[in-house]
Ligand binder design. Sequence first.
Ligand code: ADP
Length: 727
Amino acid sequence: MSDHYVKAKVQLEQMKNLGQDHGDGDQELVSPPSPSVSPSTPNTPTSTDPSITTSSTIPSKYRGRSRGKLFKDNTLTHISAANAERNLNQLGYELTLNIKGTGKILEGKSEPNGNYVKSGVSKSFQETRFEDGVKTGRKRRPVTVDTSKAKTSLEALKISIKQLKWKEFPLGRRAACDIYWHGVSFHDNENIVSGQVNKFPGMVEMLRKINMSRAVRTMQDIFPEEYDFYPRSWILPDEYQQFSTQIRMVKENDSTVNPTFIVKPDGGSQGDGIYLIRDPSDLKLVSGSHAKQGVVQEYIQKPLLIDKLKFDIRLYVLIKSLEPLEIYIAKEGLTRFCTEPYQEPSQKNLSHVFMHLTNYSLNVHSENFVHSDSQNTGSKRTLSSVLYRLAAKGVDIKRVWSDIIALVIKTTIAVVPELKVYYQADIPPGKPGPTCFQILGFDILLMKNLKPVLLEVNSNPSMRIEHEQEMTPGVFEYVPSPVDEEVKVGVIRDTLRLMDPGQKKTTISQSKPGVLDVTPLDAESQEKSPEESVALPSLCLKQVYPKYAKQFNHLRLVERISSLFIRFLGVKGNMRLGPTAFRTFIRTCKLSNTNFTMASVDILYIDITRRWSGAAADVREAGMGLQAFVEAFFNLAGRRFKSLPLKEQAAAMLDLCEAQLDPQPASEDRRSLSCGRAPPRTVRSQTGYLANNTHINSPTPTRRASSQDQRLHHRLKPHPLRSNVEN
Ligand code: ADP
């Protein structure tokens, strides 16, 4: 257990002894839980039962519209002196613990999210001491933020920095800043060696449609039921044959089935280049002399409708750290509505983008688009307004929200293994560099049966808080968009608060398995510094991982494979395994024998690498990437543990390899492997499978291909309709 965890645990114990209900660890997660009631603090209105709530009971923080409204809100300023004093005492106590326990970072120590801190104490702030709740120390130096590369996030970022009373450097700064806010990618500013950057290396690449589909598919191969929230997808052009054969077979088997598919270009966004088809022959596979890269995906034909319109949810998710994995979800999001009433796809309406695509960037050009200052009307609404509306119709929105959280955690778990490969290549362990965090935009569709479906994840979600409006014909102006501002400023400001270098480390607590007991619309009591407790609303970002780790940790198998992969990469900055390194892996893990000679190992390497090199869009280096290695790993596991299902094969193989690599006590944290800035160590897992002595036989077809074929006719299983909703 790392220091961080030990300190957090001690802190939690002490708080419990003082009779403070932290509200995380002791929740009863039985399905479905009664709505949680947050302790009523001056600035955290008591939560209400969402199923009986009407719009008038929406916490006022969701109602504020104009800039700076949160500070003027009565609920925030009417604090009784007694309450304020009590809060300050409590918070002062927490902060003292924090400074004693977690505030100082010793020289050369690696931080939990991978940073390597050189100085004795985090120098980003001057320590403020509290004794018995009384402020005795110097004033904190404001946190510095380089906003020179913020691009379209700039406006929301400026407001956030102002609210926090931090210091903005709009033109950059010669000295290091605490936080660098990038508009596009990790590499917007080069040569950052300290502080924190709001992008992870490789996130843009990882979330492109092809990579994302592959990563989720790997998880679908191992955990088909857990990952049934992502529509069946085929990679173009590589899997065109597979796609057309499968569709032909489906139609031959049942002539009443007439599925529709949506085709998406790989690097596309905002609906660009997207079209619907009903027959594989309608695919446009080439552009000029180039094969078009993209995905073709099962089209969800029965979405949930409101006002007869299709809509999707934009949810903001903060990846606070990769190691340990920390995920936060914004309790408020946006919903984007189509502008033409929905009809199930037919040959006639396939090209009606205002009916089928929810992209704001497309629908804003429809004459039906409604810009509204209200959050619960118009073509862009807050998520809470939609959830209240559904709750009023009897929908179990707690269940919906719980499913959405599970989708977010599972999707993140699917992309983390490859992100770790990118991370170690850009910021190798032991070298100075920044730490990273990132706000992602999850696009989620609710099916008619209320099951959430993942459409895509945006590495660079729009943080614009104004929209273009045609003032007079042909003359456009940017005008403030209250709905965007309400949601996005909150997300950016609270991300900054969570990343505050002077803030105590997050207390990590885990819940019991069951339904995820998070209410989307409540205002929960959150930890805040004394300064913040007076001025700022409670955090709109809610930790979901590691809070719900117990329910999801079993899914982190590929991450363990990725740790093996990283261990054998060797050269710093490398992302691909050469043939020698692959041989070393086989030898070290003792995976070859008389039935599976090193010559067979070489053949396996060449076979898989060649196939994946042909498949990848932008392969510039030779060698075996992570996805290819995962396939090789499954292949090896399939030979050795023939009789087991894939997930157990993989787990058993991991146990075998990890035992060979690092015969350390099983209690050690295996996840300290890859993203820490200290040299990687492998630790044995606890899955309990013993390697049997089954000899490796002659090559079998690759596991990935066969398991995919098994899923050929597997459709997204509709959940029972939970309520009577409009469609
Ligand atoms: P882009 O990055 O170009 O916005 P998306 O994957 O988000 O691409 O798709 C654009 C829109 O198409 C979505 O907002 C959604 O309305 C619709 N859409 C995408 N995938 C599906 C699907 N599988 N089923 C139904 N509608 C979809």
